[in-house]
Design a protein around this ligand. Sequence first.
Ligand SMILES: CC(C)(COP(=O)(O)OP(=O)(O)OC[C@H]1O[C@@H](n2cnc3c(N)ncnc32)[C@H](O)[C@@H]1OP(=O)(O)O)[C@@H](O)C(=O)NCCC(=O)NCCS
Length: 169
Amino acid sequence: MVLAPGPKKGPDGVIMELIIRKGYASDWDDAMELVWRTFLEFNAADYSVVGQENFKKFLFNPELYQQYVIGNYDLIVAFDSGTMVGTLLLRENRHISLLFVDGSYHGKGIGHKLIECASKYVRKKGRRFKMSVNASRYAVPFYKHEGFKEAEIEQFEDGIRYLPMELKL
Ligand SMILES: CC(C)(COP(=O)(O)OP(=O)(O)OC[C@H]1O[C@@H](n2cnc3c(N)ncnc32)[C@H](O)[C@@H]1OP(=O)(O)O)[C@@H](O)C(=O)NCCC(=O)NCCS
């Protein structure tokens, strides 16, 4: 699936040529690197040291890549003029495992478009009408803005704090 909404004027005046498409195995390393550097910039402070280590292990564990290869995950990637600027990893056509947009591209609608694209996967491929996420503290206002509702109270597990949320599709 390719969404090419064309140039969009960002808040800082930069014109982007945004492409959102399915991610392939060749995109995997760049996607995980983007996630890790964005996590360090925006999320790490909300995690304990153990939580940060656990998140890194999750990302770079070959088992996660294997699960992607056998089809339990779908990768969606956003590019601006050939540079990867955002990514979403969807588990079993129903759960957002990762959603990260490069810091210099925040607030330009990329997170929204990645959610829109994932929703299509969930509805068409998964034939489901609900998408879930364990939202980081940083991202809770964004998910609320996107229409997600709290599904449970905030959880703290393996040093990682998150709010289970759901979006009805
Ligand atoms: C959360 C994240 C993915 C949002 O991506 P983004 O591309 O900046 O979001 P968008 O520009 O698409 O925002 C869509 C809408 O949500 C709003 N929004 C975004 N972040 C928001 C925030 N922190 N608080 C309130 N509203 C917010 C935007 O203003 C926009 O509203 P509009 O359509 O009225 O203009 C990005 O901030 C990020 O990568 N954060 C760090 C990683 C993270 O926490 N990921 C979630 C892991 S569960």
